[in-house]
Design a protein around this ligand. Structure first.
Ligand code: ATP
Length: 240
């Protein structure tokens, strides 16, 4: 049996005295896309934050077999875990290209040639970012900022991308574009993805498997095709 890329065991996490996650167990195989679905406040964002060391957590998070619980976020990033937070977290006063450069800060090869090659790779994935390369990120549209946030994370050459609600607040056509790119980077660059989404229909189409989170517990896990045909899931998450 191969070691999963990410393994989460009995994960508890919260803020101060308030526990939000009450013992999560799940894993993600290398090369796969897994979705984490759930209503507002279920704990999806907290799960991503706990994996990358941004909230107090106990239990075990293993990345490629190595325990990363309790490590500093920067060290987890260096191992190849890139986080695209909700709200995107782009530096609005910096240009598109300066944001991309910052995305590369934690990786080994930051030579000019390697950076230039990666800018071009990102501009091929997101052509609009090339047109906007010298524009301040704060002046980009919501969709362009989301693209920039994903591109910045990819500059790290991650093995695992943690994506928090990439569709939030965006028009359906823009969401479709962003999901296409996620499919592309997963297929062509073998980047594994843990995707947090409220748009369950889109997420289940993209991901091979999914976990449903309710008030800090996983209440259902399975292959996306099975979950899409499950009556309870359809009623609660897909609205038909
Ligand atoms: P949403 O889609 O609304 O972001 P979510 O499933 O991602 O929901 P979380 O953001 O993880 O849920 O929030 C889970 C719980 O943790 C909620 O009750 C929320 O109020 C609480 N919470 C989130 N962030 C903090 C914080 N910084 N301090 C205290 N409580 C928090």
């Amino acid at each position: 049996m191969t070691t999963p890329l990410l393994e989460v065991r009995n994960l508890h996490a919260g803020y101060g005295p308030t526990e939000v996650l009450h013992g999560l167990d799940f894993s993600l195989e290398e090369g796969h896309i897994t979705a984490l679905l759930g209503a507002n406040g279920a704990g999806k964002t907290t799960t991503l934050r706990a994996i990358c060391g941004m909230v107090q957590a106990s239990g075990d998070v293993l990345f490629d077999g190595q325990r990363i619980t309790g490590k500093a976020t920067e060290d987890i990033t260096r191992l190849g875990v890139a986080h695209v937070p909700d709200g995107r977290g782009t530096f609005t006063d910096l240009t598109t290209e300066e944001n991309l450069r910052l995305g590369a800060y934690a990786r080994r090869d930051r030579s000019a040639a390697s950076l230039a090659q990666d800018y071009e790779r990102m501009y091929t994935l997101f052509p609009i970012l090339k047109e906007r390369r010298h524009q301040q990120a704060g002046t980009l549209s919501g969709g362009q900022q989301q693209m920039l946030a994903v591109a910045r994370a990819l500059m790290l050459h991650p093995r695992l991308l943690l994506l928090d609600e990439p569709s939030f607040g965006l028009a359906p056509l823009v969401v479709k574009d962003i999901f296409e790119v996620m499919r592309d980077i997963n297929a062509t660059q073998q980047v594994s993805i843990l995707l947090v989404e409220q748009n369950a229909a889109m997420a289940l189409k993209l991901a091979g498997s999914a976990h449903l989170l309710e008030t800090g517990r996983i209440v259902r896990s399975g292959r996306s095709t099975d979950l899409m045909n499950d009556d309870a899931v359809r009623r609660a998450y897909l609205g038909y």
